[in-house]
Design a protein around this ligand. Sequence first.
Ligand SMILES: C[S@@+](CC[C@H](N)C(=O)[O-])C[C@H]1O[C@@H](n2cnc3c(N)ncnc32)[C@H](O)[C@@H]1O
Length: 263
Amino acid sequence: MNTEESVAAHYSRGNVEDVLLGIIKAAGGNPQHFVPADLHGADQLHIGGAQATTRVATRAGVNAGSHVVDLGSGTGGVARHLAHDFGATVHGVDLTPQFVAAARSLTERTGLSSLATFSQGSILALPFDESVFDVALLVHVGMNIQNKDQVFAEAARVLRPGGIMAVYDIMLMGGDIEQYPLPWAQTPDTSFVQPPLAYSDALEQAGFEVDQEVKPLAEGIEFLEKSTASSGPVGVDAGALSNLMTAFRSGVLSPVEIYAHLP
Ligand SMILES: C[S@@+](CC[C@H](N)C(=O)[O-])C[C@H]1O[C@@H](n2cnc3c(N)ncnc32)[C@H](O)[C@@H]1O
C-alpha cells in the first residue's frame, strides 16, 4: 500500500454514513431531511467542530457568493456548514471514497447539493482549471501529507489572484510525539506533522504571502475535554483522543491556523 492508500484505509473504518444518520435519529430528527447543525459537529472531523469552522471561514473572508475549494473535505461537514451558514459555493476533494459517498448523500439530504459538491481524488493533483476559486481551505489534512509544497502549489494554481489560503492543522511545536494512535494516523508511517514554519515556507514557495498565524491551543484542549466526555467527531477512538490531549498538554502539538493570500 502506498501512503495515500494507507491514509484512505485509516479513514474507511465502519460505515460513517450510517453512524451519522444514527445521530440524527437518536436525537429525534428526520434522517431523510435535516439541517447541517443536526449532526452536532460529528461530521466535522477537526478540533473545535462547527465553532472552529465558523472562526476559520470568517478569518478567511468567506461570504455569500464565495467560491471555495475544501481540500480534504472528509464527510462534507465543513462544506455543508459554509453552504448553509455563509451561502458559499463549495467544492470538496477527498481521497477516501467512503467519505465522498457519505458527503454526497448527507448533502443531498440537507438540500444543499446545488451549493456543496464533492470529488474523489488527491489534493496533490486537483481536477480543476487555473484561477477558479476565491478561497482554499485545508482543515486537519496536512498531517497526512508529506509533500506540503505540492499541496500549496496546487492551491495556488486553482485560486484566482488575491485568493485566500486558510490552513487549520495540528502542528509540531517542539519535542517528539510519544504515543500513537492519533486521530489521523495509527502509526508514524502516515503522520507528517510539521512546525508552522515549514507551512509558511511551503506557502511562500508556492507564491503566497503569509498574513496571520493563530494558535488556539486553549480552545483545542477544552474541545478535547468535552469530546472525551461525550461524542466527538465521528470515527475517532478514545485512545487517539487521549494521546492527542497528552501531546497538547505537554506542548508537543497544537492546533494552528495560518492565513495567506496570492498577490
Ligand atoms: C481529519 S479528516 C478532516 C476532514 C475535513 N477537512 C473536516 O475537517 O471535517 C482528514 C481528511 O483528509 C483526507 N486526505 C488525506 N490526505 C489526502 C490527500 N492526499 N488528498 C485528498 N484528501 C486527503 C482524508 O481522506 C480525510 O478525509
